[in-house]
Design a protein around this ligand. Structure first.
Ligand SMILES: [Zn+2]
Length: 458
């Protein structure tokens, strides 16, 4: 039996997506997060490769939050023989269920479309997993409240601590053979209208930390003002405003902010649509967990009563063709798939319209291409010229920026012994590593894909 505690980085190492960190201990192997790779093709292809570990030796999986790049690989792991428990918070469980079902549906539909129109090189094109695989995965879920210590073995226990990123999202604070290992998951912002600020952590011998905005600062301006100015200028041009958004988390905060602007008469009374069956479910889940967010019950109810929520895809076509300015929030947030693509096809070719990028756009996604000013966008095998106004409000993002992450690190009573930076593109990782070294003097490492590091020996 091994006497060392080590960590193997199976994803989100030198890239943003595919979070999978395997903690190997003498008693059991624990996988923290189990996400899909998204973005450029070479990354997406990694989802098809078997993991370089013996899946049957993984006993427990802990999920930090419900985004696809943190939970979307679960059905594949179950398909390849995982039979242990999958632990997460109660709101995360509800959200992961809808996210995985949606993911399976999109993959099944994409495979079907590719086979019908013959644009896939694979014959036949196959989905990564199906709803049936998701069903088997759900049977392994165990859900918990935050703050409570959960025992995994005689020498290992952990607890979930809120990190302010999306509903249900948490840090994982683990005590492992008398050392403390902390996994940050995705760290939220201090000033969210929907969620409490990330909680303070006292100490960590080892910290596995995200770095999405490791080299960026969000604007200091008033985010509601920026949002109302984008909405008003679009209405002035008699155009439509399309906001691609993660259906879970971001969408609900955006809906709340836009409703507040309407109530305060900062924007005219134009129709607002949330086009995503998953977004509709996520909004409903918000009302189930009042202790996990800041909205009052009437504010929650307003989200589903004062915003038209589109579930049926037949309605999408009607909304697109409806005359007059409107605001549409639709998933996916990085334009990798989903209903938002139908809107983009129609709206992007008209200069009256605006596309507002409200979240992180990973390398290789259509969202990133738009942000970088491409002149055309390829969707379902066809090219669409970009004439609409493309704008970005990065402070709408659900991720802390460099300053907020440094401030969070500064509140540790005892500085982390060693930091492993994950979940960032190479430039962000390197800039953040240097900054942590210079300002806090903490030993900071950027692990590579499939690299294994010994944390300590018994
Ligand atoms: Zn996330």
């Amino acid at each position: 039996m091994t006497n060392k505690i080590s960590i193997k980085f199976l994803g989100a190492a030198s890239t943003v997506t595919g979070s999978k960190h395997l903690l190997q201990t003498p008693e059991q192997n624990i996988l923290i997060d189990c996400g899909l790779f998204q973005g450029i093709k070479s990354l997406r292809l990694r989802n098809w490769e078997p993991l370089p570990v013996n899946v049957s030796e993984i006993k427990t999986i802990i999920i930090t939050h419900a985004h696809l790049d943190h939970c979307g690989y679960l059905p594949l792991l179950v398909k390849s023989g995982f039979k242990g428990n999958i632990l997460m918070t109660r709101p995360t469980r509800d959200l992961v269920e809808i996210i995985l079902r949606d993911s399976a549906r999109i993959q099944e539909e994409d495979a079907e479309r590719a086979n019908r129109y013959g644009y896939s090189k694979h014959k036949p094109a196959l989905p990564l997993y199906t709803d049936n695989d998701v069903e088997k995965t759900l049977g392994l879920f165990k859900a918990y409240n935050d703050k409570k210590w959960i025992t995994l073995s005689g020498d290992i226990r952990f607890r979930f601590t809120k990190n302010g990123h999306i509903l249900g999202s948490c840090f994982v604070e683990m005590e492992c053979y008398n050392k403390k290992i902390v996994f940050s998951g995705d760290i939220g912002r201090n000033k969210s209208e929907l969620l409490q600020a990330p909680e303070k952590i006292d100490s960590a011998d080892f910290l596995i930390m995200e770095s999405t905005y490791g080299n960026r600062l969000h604007s200091n301006g008033d985010v509601s003002e920026e949002l109302s100015s984008v909405i008003n200028s679009t209405i002035h041009k008699k155009g439509n405003l399309l906001i691609p958004s993660f259906a879970v988390g971001r969408a609900q905060e955006l809906m709340h902010m836009i409703l507040q602007l309407k109530l305060k008469l900062h924007i005219p009374d134009i129709p607002i649509y949330m086009d995503s069956p998953m977004g509709a479910d996520a909004t409903e889940i918000l009302t189930r967990y009042p202790e996990w967010h800041k909205l009052s019950e009437p504010e929650c109810r307003a989200l589903s009563h004062q915003i038209t929520i589109i579930r049926d895809w037949h309605e999408t076509e009607k909304v697109i063709k409806k005359k007059g300015s409107k605001i549409v929030i639709a998933a996916s947030g990085m334009l990798t798939g989903g209903r938002v693509l139908e809107y983009i096809k129609h709206y992007i070719i008209n200069k009256k319209n605006t596309v507002l990028l409200a979240g992180y756009q990973a390398e290789g996604t259509r969202g990133r291409a738009l942000k970088e000013g491409v002149h055309e966008l390829k969707i379902h095998g066809k090219y669409y010229p970009v004439h609409a106004n493309i704008c970005e409000i990065s402070s709408l993002s659900a991720h802390a920026d460099q300053q907020e992450m440094l401030d969070w690190l500064r509140q540790f009573k005892q500085k982390p012994g060693k930091i492993f930076l994950v979940h960032g593109e190479p430039m962000a990782l390197e800039a953040f590593r240097v900054k942590i070294n210079d300002t806090l003097g903490i030993d900071t490492i950027i692990p590579l894909q499939n690299e294994e590091h010994t944390l300590f020996k018994l």
